[in-house]
Design a protein around this ligand. Sequence first.
Ligand SMILES: CC(C)(COP(=O)(O)OP(=O)(O)OC[C@H]1O[C@@H](n2cnc3c(N)ncnc32)[C@H](O)[C@@H]1OP(=O)(O)O)[C@@H](O)C(=O)NCCC(=O)NCCS
Length: 205
Amino acid sequence: MQIVVATIAHTPYAQIICDTIAESSKVRGTGIARRTPEYILSKMEAGNAVIALEGDTFAGFCYIEAWGHGKFIANSGLIVHPDFRGQGLAKRIKGEIFTLSRKRFPDAKIFGITTGLAVMKINSELGYKPVTFSELTDDPTFWKGCQTCKNFDVLTRTEQKMCLCTGMLYDPAKAKADEEKNKVKAPVFNRLKRIKERLFLKKPK
Ligand SMILES: CC(C)(COP(=O)(O)OP(=O)(O)OC[C@H]1O[C@@H](n2cnc3c(N)ncnc32)[C@H](O)[C@@H]1OP(=O)(O)O)[C@@H](O)C(=O)NCCC(=O)NCCS
């Protein structure tokens, strides 16, 4: 399986990507926003998408969207073709698109909205935290993307405060602060180790 940053060379796959998203949306019966081939193409051209191929066969896809003047990034449109599900492919694709997002937009907060347990699990592993919609972008163009979802009436009724999707957010500044906080301080650790060794290890006679 090859997972690469998509380019215009992958143009022929735009239609199957859209068809697979549309089919999955029908089968699942819950919200997956539809995409047009032109939109998918624009992501490929901008180097803002990741595609998985088994030889020449389409296996999976995901792309980056920037919102609120680049303050927010969403990794959207995750799709794994039914023939390749249950093998950890979504996890690998999300890992690649996350790395690409961090490289291209290092200061942006990365977020997603989903009803899917698989995506929630993957996002959690990547360091996303569940949040209310108020923590996400207020860019109207992002929320317009929900119009093709069958639950859009819920979002409208709640004035965009909540819906069936859970919002998840990776905040790079917070992640860095948490990392610092959890870092083992070497001198403190070594001193503690020496004290414990003195207390609990018997000296050889
Ligand atoms: C959701 C989807 C992307 C998962 O793809 P996948 O390649 O089968 O997922 P993975 O094999 O990488 O699984 C990742 C994790 O999710 C779990 N998982 C996968 N599918 C699941 C499902 N339908 N329900 C619950 N958990 C699921 C896996 O067990 C795994 O968990 P683990 O880390 O504890 O082992 C795929 O089913 C799909 O394309 N569905 C239709 C489109 C869709 O729903 N996209 C998401 C829109 S938000």
